[in-house]
Design a binder for this molecule. Structure first.
Ligand code: G3H
Ligand code: 13P
Ligand code: ZN
Length: 328
């Protein structure tokens, strides 16, 4: 059944677990997530970006999620819009049937330039007012995601930065978070604590703490009823990176967020954990390997099935680690 983000994350808070929110663009990703959720008896968050909507087409994305709900009636599903760059994007998603939207007012509508605090409050407040009237939840974002090492905003291929931020923008301020929540009424808040988007997060293998869990605690103490969200939470699996490169790929050496640190965040108020890159890597690795091992195959179902299996394996691992297995 379709439920709102608020309903799901309130249950997660009461029961002390976190939810992975996987990005979806096509049928195989949705199959993978639903198969894993079914096997683990976990609720799911399926999130689509504006890019997903333009890739699949609005009716396809909507009907794919509807199909998942129809096929797995016992699994609670949140249909969430990821990174709305402006209120109009959120309004279109509400019209399309999403039960939750993210208004990312931390950046201007170009989704690149950091915005002012006043702009963020105003655009987010506008979305909350309308979304809540429709029973739809809202996630906001305060602070900009970027590497604490270099100040670079995350991007997809690791070549060339999209922007450089100063240190104060890279960590969410707890006082400002309290004011933001008071002024906007968001249900969930994405915070900056050292994660960044894409595959190229850390150049060295993380040994100790790479995230500012102390900051999570401070923010959670100020806004205990608002659910904290960690973006850029892929772990960049080393085994899939190796498979990609062993079967004709060319990705640079890179490291992601250790699952153990995400679990630590969940203990202190993180309830939604955004993951896209990990499923992209698993599916790419599985397809490369299948096509290399089966040179005569030209039936896409065969390699897409391998991709689905690979993605589903990651989903199961996260459902187990974050404690949402058994919570459906
Ligand atoms: O944060 C962005 C997500 O990884 C979605 O990426 O905009 O390429 O669909 P996308
Ligand atoms: P990753 O690039 O770490 O998978 O993060 C995805 C994300 O935050 C989507 O909003
Ligand atoms: Zn994100």
């Amino acid at each position: 059944a379709l439920i709102s983000l608020r309903q799901l994350l309130d249950h997660a808070a009461e029961n002390g677990y976190g939810m992975p929110a996987f990005n979806v663009n096509n049928m195989e990703q949705i199959h993978a997530i639903m198969q894993a959720a079914d096997a683990c008896n976990s609720p799911v968050i399926l999130q689509g970006s504006a890019g997903a909507r333009s890739y699949a087409g609005e009716p396809f994305l909507r009907h794919l999620v509807q199909a998942a709900i129809e096929m797995y009636p016992h699994i609670p599903v949140v249909m969430h819009q990821d990174h709305g760059a402006e209120p109009a994007v959120c309004f279109r998603s509400i019209q399309s049937g999403f039960s939750s939207v993210m208004m990312d007012g931390s950046l201007m509508a170009d989704a690149k330039t950091p915005s002012t605090y006043e702009y963020n409050v105003e655009t987010t407040r506008k979305v909350v007012e309308l979304a809540h009237a429709c029973g739809v939840s809202v996630e906001g974002e305060l602070g900009c995601l970027g590497s604490l090492e270099t100040g670079m905003m995350g991007e997809e291929d690791g070549h060339g930065a999209e922007g450089v931020l100063d240190h104060s923008q890279l960590l969410t301020d707890p006082e400002e978070a309290a004011d933001f929540v008071r002024k906007t009424g968001v249900d969930a808040l994405a915070i900056a604590i050292g994660t960044s988007h894409g595959a190229y997060k850390f150049t060295k293998k993380p040994t100790g703490n790479v995230l500012r869990i102390d900051r999570v605690k401070e923010i959670h103490a100020r806004i205990p009823t608002v659910h904290l969200v960690m973006h850029g939470s892929s772990s960049v699996p080393e085994d899939w990176l190796e498979i990609i490169n062993n079967y004709g790929g060319d990705m640079g050496q890179t490291y992601g967020v250790p699952v153990s640190e995400i679990v630590e965040g969940i203990k202190h108020g993180v309830r939604k954990v955004n993951i896209d890159t990990d499923l992209r890597m698993a599916s790419t690795g599985a397809i490369r390997k299948h096509l290399f091992d089966n040179k005569s195959n030209f039936d896409p179902r065969k390699f897409l099935k391998e991709a689905t299996k690979a993605m589903s394996g990651i989903c199961k691992d996260r459902f187990e680690a974050f404690g949402c297995a058994g919570q459906a």
